[in-house]
Design a binder for this molecule. Structure first.
Ligand SMILES: Nc1ncnc2c1ncn2[C@@H]1O[C@H](COP(=O)(O)OP(=O)(O)O)[C@@H](O)[C@H]1O
Ligand SMILES: [Mg+2]
Length: 236
């Protein structure tokens, strides 16, 4: 049976802008399952990043529920949400969010330090994550010396090092050419099948939707499941 991992129930999100309230997400409901790779497609400003931040526990909804791997995020205080971000869910920002003065190794170490993992265990996990991503030879350089594709792989390694149930990728291919974009899509599939990870990719590039199990549209804050899009293997 399919196991629900991300459940949104009637989620509303607004921001205050210049004294008025702007509705960003309008009554969004969806269920996403274990190991599923879902693409959320929509134009710039549609609310895609906001949606990911709600699932990551980086923002809170005005109304409605966000449930991630059995945790109702509404029930958690800020400390609880920080714990979730370090264990259950990992968010990869569009700009990768790497610390440019840190080496690749140190960037990947950060979530483990925050989680209080001891040194020996940290070293083992960082080594494994970098090896998996083919980045061992870059361990001691800073992200400045890396290509866009390599930076994205460091960001994925940093997200994976805590073995989250859910990986949230914000426009993972926006800064890459198409060949590297396909490699990232391929890699996210590999991650999903190797670690049973649910992957949610938001993108404004419709081509990327050929590489997901299921796609949804987000337009003006309204989320719609699209029909008839089934992942049948990578098309190059
Ligand atoms: N912290 C914020 N405060 C006010 N408005 C915001 C904030 N974050 C996003 N917005 C607005 O919400 C809308 C949706 O933003 P976002 O979720 O980033 O869209 P997308 O990722 O689809 O481009 C935009 O109009 C944006 O300006
Ligand atoms: Mg965005």
């Amino acid at each position: 049976m399919k196991e629900p991992v991300v459940v949104l129930r009637n989620v509303w999100k607004t921001y205050r802008e210049g004294g008025r309230t702007v509705i960003i997400l309008k009554n969004v409901s969806t269920t996403i399952y274990r190991k599923e790779i879902v693409g959320v497609h929509g134009p710039s400003g549609a609310g895609k990043t906001t949606l990911l931040k709600l699932i990551a526990g980086l923002e809170r909804p005005d109304r409605g529920e966000v449930i991630v791997d059995g945790y109702n995020l509404n029930m958690l205080d800020d400390l609880g949400l920080a714990m979730i971000r370090n264990t259950v869910v990992a968010y990869i920002p569009q700009d990768y969010g790497l610390i440019t003065d840190f080496t690749v190794w140190e960037n990947v170490e950060l979530p483990l330090l925050i989680a209080g993992v001891d040194k020996g265990e940290r070293e083992k996990k960082i080594y494994e994550a970098l090896e998996y991503m083919g980045l061992l030879d870059k361990a001691h350089v800073t992200p400045r010396k890396l290509s866009g594709g390599e930076r994205q792989r460091v960001a994925i390694a940093r997200a994976l090092v805590t073995t989250p149930s859910v990986l949230l990728a914000d426009e993972p291919t926006a800064n890459l050419d198409w060949e590297n974009a396909v490699k990232v899509a391929d890699l996210l599939h590999q991650v999903s099948s190797d670690f049973d990870t649910t992957v949610i990719i938001v993108t404004h590039d419709p081509r990327l939707l050929e590489y997901v199990d299921r796609s949804m549209n987000l337009i003006d804050g309204v989320l719609k499941d699209k029909e008839g899009v089934t992942y049948e293997g990578l098309k190059r």
